[in-house]
Design a protein around this ligand. Structure first.
Ligand SMILES: Nc1ncnc2c1ncn2[C@@H]1O[C@H](COP(=O)(O)OP(=O)(O)OP(=O)(O)O)[C@@H](O)[C@H]1O
Ligand SMILES: [Mg+2]
Length: 420
């Protein structure tokens, strides 16, 4: 059953496909040499047994922040190994739901004996005291990397950063150096001034990659993964230019190349062509749209569904009045108390700001104005995604196997989606 697909696949790849996954950290990071050097310089005093400054790293998504810090950390630990002076603890704050669990995770990374571990359910004071005991017990420096630190602050405020940033004043033998990584450039505005100045001892900005830089990054990966001659001319350039247009995100560029290769495999092609990249991009965009749609609040989903129904019926723009009627009918069928028209207008604005729809003001003679709404996303796939939702599943229509995923983004007026 799989023979054909497997042999086509093995004709494309020379190395492991893992190399195109998000989790893979390459040993070479083109166009980040300067940032690697900057981070290394800030942390170098640790190798001399001195305290280094705390460091904050900023930059948009996919600009290599995590990869650079992870590379410097590995090198630093390799150099420090002989002296055993430095340990590193890296935590992705996206996985941390409360201050307690952050302190607990740090403590338990340091605990060498079962008896020293921090269980759940202690008071915060007791956890802090145990953490101090563990840090002093170990001595030397703990390099604490807090990736996606902005998420921590958004979820639970800056209290725990206050604790960590002033813990050195309460330690006898141990010390902590903080490296925060954030893709929200403004998150420090939300910090208490003392926390901000302690975290900010050094800061480094990671700029987005431009298209030629993304091409170099992609070429490196392609050389490792694909056999000679598999990647047709123009493929790398196209992946790079799509990603450069949208924030200069290396993750996105690499994902496009991976998806293009998967598309080629499915088509049993021996080459990856520009056409595969275009198909991959449509699929990628659609995945983003559907993810965005699934995360909308319930009334917004119903409203979007009403817009899509109207759009499908009319095969074109729908007026606000019609949308409101459609929405009210759906809300009644679902026994939801319908929203006030003003709230609906706000939701229309929200859907527009997410790039899912476009609402143009049209005049209706004698000073009357209304808005005509165009859908900016593939209609049937989006409707199906909404019908998969518990809330709207009663409206699900029959599905056909032959329905293709890559349908029309069919509004000629569309200015391009922005899914953030
Ligand atoms: N200069 C580079 N050379 C090679 N690969 C890179 C480079 N920069 C980033 N990458 C790759 O791109 C992907 C995203 O990089 P990384 O995770 O470091 O970005 P980030 O800035 O931490 O993004 P986020 O803010 O979303 O966490 C990873 O797979 C990484 O290996
Ligand atoms: Mg990261």
């Amino acid at each position: 059953m799989f023979d054909g697909a497997l042999s086509a696949a093995s004709e494309l790849y020379r190395g492991s496909r893992e190399i195109l996954q998000d989790t893979y950290v390459p040993s070479r990071l083109p166009h980040r040499e300067h940032q690697v050097q900057q981070v290394a310089e800030v942390l170098a005093p640790l190798l001399r047994g001195e305290r280094s400054s705390n460091l904050l790293i900023y930059g948009k998504i996919g600009t290599g922040k995590t990869a650079v810090v992870s590379q410097v950390r590995t090198e630093l630990l390799r150099h420090a190994a002989a002296k055993g002076r430095v340990v590193a603890v890296s935590i992705n704050c996206a996985n941390i739901d409360a201050p307690y669990s952050l302190l607990q995770t740090v403590g338990n990374e340091l605990a060498t004996k079962e008896a020293d571990r921090i269980p759940t359910g202690w008071s915060l004071d007791r956890v802090q005291a145990q953490l101090r005991a563990l840090l002093d017990g170990r001595g030397g420096t703990v390099l604490l990397v807090l990736d996606e630190i902005d998420r921590l602050v958004r979820k639970s405020g800056d209290g725990v950063l206050y604790t960590l940033s002033q813990i050195n004043t309460e330690l006898q033998k141990g010390r902590v150096v903080l490296v925060g990584i954030s893709n929200d450039l403004k998150f420090t505005d939300q910090l208490d001034a003392r926390v901000r100045s302690r975290l900010h001892e050094e800061k480094i900005l990671f700029p987005p990659y431009d298209a030629p830089q993304l091409q170099d990054i992609l070429r490196d990966r392609a050389l490792q993964v694909f056999r000679d001659g598999v990647v047709e001319a123009g493929v790398i350039e196209r992946c790079a230019s799509y990603a450069a247009l949208e924030n200069g995100d290396a993750r996105r560029a690499i994902s496009l190349l991976r998806l293009a290769a998967e598309t080629a495999e499915r088509e049993r092609s021996r080459r990856i062509t520009q056409d595969h990249v275009v198909k991959a991009k449509n699929r990628f965009d659609l995945d983003l749209v559907l993810e965005c749609v699934r995360s909308l609040p319930p009334h917004c989903k119903v409203l979007l569904y009403a817009i899509l129904q109207g759009y499908e019926r009319r095969r074109g723009g729908v007026l606000t009045g019609e949308v409101y009627e459609g929405y009210t009918k759906l809300a009644q069928k679902l026994s939801l108390p319908p929203l006030h028209p003003r709230s609906i207008s706000n939701y229309v604005l929200e859907l527009e700001s997410l790039g899912l729809i476009q609402a143009n003001v049209v005049s209706r003679g004698r000073g009357g104005r209304t808005r005509e709404i165009f859908v900016e996303v593939p209609v049937s796939e989006t409707m199906r995604a909404l019908e998969d939702d518990e809330l709207l599943k009663a409206f699900a229509r029959p599905r056909f196997l032959s329905q293709t995923v890559l349908t029309n983004f069919d509004n000629p007026n569309r200015s391009g989606p922005n899914y953030g």
